[in-house]
Design a protein around this ligand. Structure first.
Ligand code: ASP
Ligand code: MG
Length: 455
């Protein structure tokens, strides 16, 4: 059994859905379970509808509802026109959901207040709609597909908009609901991202981008032999191809390496969302639904050891330095320092210390002012905005050899503000000027992969 997840761009319209059907047809013998996202962009539009309605802009919200209805019905018409009875059924089902959405929008206008619970009621419609449409299209393409309401399987707690999956309940439900369909030689199709609260059954969501998480949880619950994440890129690359001209596909990457890359700026699948599967030893593939025969990237717990697997970078980073003579020879200073960050719910990316100062970088500067005020109780604070981070990631980076010196040589005369090697030894991070992030990535890529240059 395998789990195949199709992201928003991979089910964005009729032709994408037909490509997905062909991908599943080829995998029929492997007993696929299908998880789909909302049609690309639909969730954003639904969230806007909710915000506009609660903000009193009902006319704009209803206009957006009709545009979404139109989009779904048009694609249904293209996909299902060969079977008018099915088309009528599915269009009716989709339309009923849009009527419900319009009613929710009006109720929100009256209430004037958007609770996380009502936001989930609306945001979850994208996957409810797409899964109904995809099932009907799959059937018309000869696949024995059955719709499964994701809320029967994805049991969560009641933290709306970021609900926590309840793994035992999900395992039980997946075995009870999905397995009989698979055993009957049929293909279950369910929406990602959405779930229902244990006990009450109220609709929840796992947080934005949550469909990968759904796929991973289902894969783990069914002990699938593999999980395929179908998206619109070839897989994970050695660098962002919009920055580095010669970026290459990574065929196989370690889970830890992928996690480091994602948190240091690589715009790829966030590996934490697939952790439930990877940590159980289930291989996860990232594949391009536009090029179904590409090799894709395989994310596994164990990966080949390489000095450098990829280079990531991000700008818009803030560097904070706290200098305090009190730090010298005292215990507990670090704790008080990091408590400040915790209190302001700001996560720290890179840390370096000297005898009397600590430097950290943060990505999210929304609570910066309050944060600095509190840090000033600990010492002198200086703040440098518009810095950037470049990370060189490889699980064999510190195995000896020359990777480290080659990296520093490649950075050359670019000014380095901070340097940090993670203790796991797989991530060398340098802090540079925000404007130098791209040149630094290009130089490093050139040094390690023989191809750099401006994309
Ligand atoms: N449709 C949801 C979102 O856009 C979940 C997903 O696509 O992963 O956030
Ligand atoms: Mg997504």
């Amino acid at each position: 059994m395998i789990v195949c997840k199709f992201g928003g761009t991979s089910v964005a319209d009729a032709s994408a859905i037909v490509r997905a059907a062909a991908i599943i047809a080829q995998r029929r013998a492997r007993m696929p379970v299908v998880v789909v996202s909302a049609l690309g962009g639909a969730t954003n539009q639904l969230v806007q509808v909710a915000e506009q309605s609660a903000g009193g802009q009902l006319i704009g919200a209803l206009r957006a509802v009709e545009a979404l209805r139109d989009r779904h019905l048009t694609q249904a018409d293209i996909l299902l026109r060969d079977d008018p009875a099915v088309l009528a059924d599915v269009s009716g089902e989709l339309s009923a959901m849009f009527d419900e959405l319009a009613a929710l929008a009006e109720a929100l206008r009256t209430l004037g207040d958007l609770t996380p619970r009502s936001l989930d009621a609306i945001a979850s419609l994208g996957e409810q709609l797409s899964s109904v449409l995809v099932v009907a299209a799959f059937r018309l393409h000869g696949l024995a597909a059955d719709h499964v309401d994701a809320r029967e399987v994805m049991i969560t707690d009641s933290q709306f908009t970021r609900a926590e999956p309840q793994v035992d309940a999900i395992t039980e439900a997946a075995q009870r609901v999905l397995m009989p369909i698979v055993r009957a030689g049929r293909i279950p199709v369910m929406g990602g991202f959405i779930g229902s609260a244990q006990g009450t059954g109220v609709t929840t969501t796992l947080g934005r981008g949550g469909s990968d998480y759904s796929a991973s949880l289902v894969g783990a619950a069914l002990q699938a032999e593999a999980i395929e994440i179908w998206t619109d890129v070839d897989g994970m690359l050695t660098a962002d191809p919009r920055v580095v001209a010669g970026a290459q596909l990574i065929e196989r990457i370690g889970f830890e390496e992928a996690s480091e890359l994602a948190s240091f700026g690589a715009k790829v699948l966030h590996p934490n969302t697939i952790a439930p599967a990877v940590t159980r030893g289930i291989p996860v593939w990232v594949l391009n639904s536009g090029k179904p025969h590409g090799s894709g990237t395989l994310i596994t717990f164990e990966a080949p050891r390489r000095p450098v697997t990829a280079i990531a970078g991000k700008s818009g980073v803030t560097l904070l330095k706290v200098r305090s003579p009190r730090m010298l020879l005292t215990e507990g200073f670090m704790r008080s320092l990091f408590e400040v960050f915790e209190r302001h719910r700001t996560s720290v990316d890179v840390v370096a210390t000297s005898e009397v100062s600590v430097s950290v970088t943060i990505d999210d500067a929304t609570r910066l002012e309050a944060l600095v005020v509190d840090l000033q109780t600990l010492g002198d604070v200086t703040m440098e905005r518009n810095r950037g981070i470049v990370s060189i990631v490889g699980n064999g980076l510190s195995d000896g050899g020359s990777a480290m010196s080659r990296a520093l040589e490649a950075i050359g005369d670019l000014r380095v503000y901070m340097l940090s090697l993670s203790s796991s030894g797989i991530n060398l991070t340098v802090v540079v000027d925000g404007a130098q992030v791209h040149p630094a990535m290009q130089r490093l890529h050139e040094a390690f992969f023989g191809q750099g240059g401006d994309a």
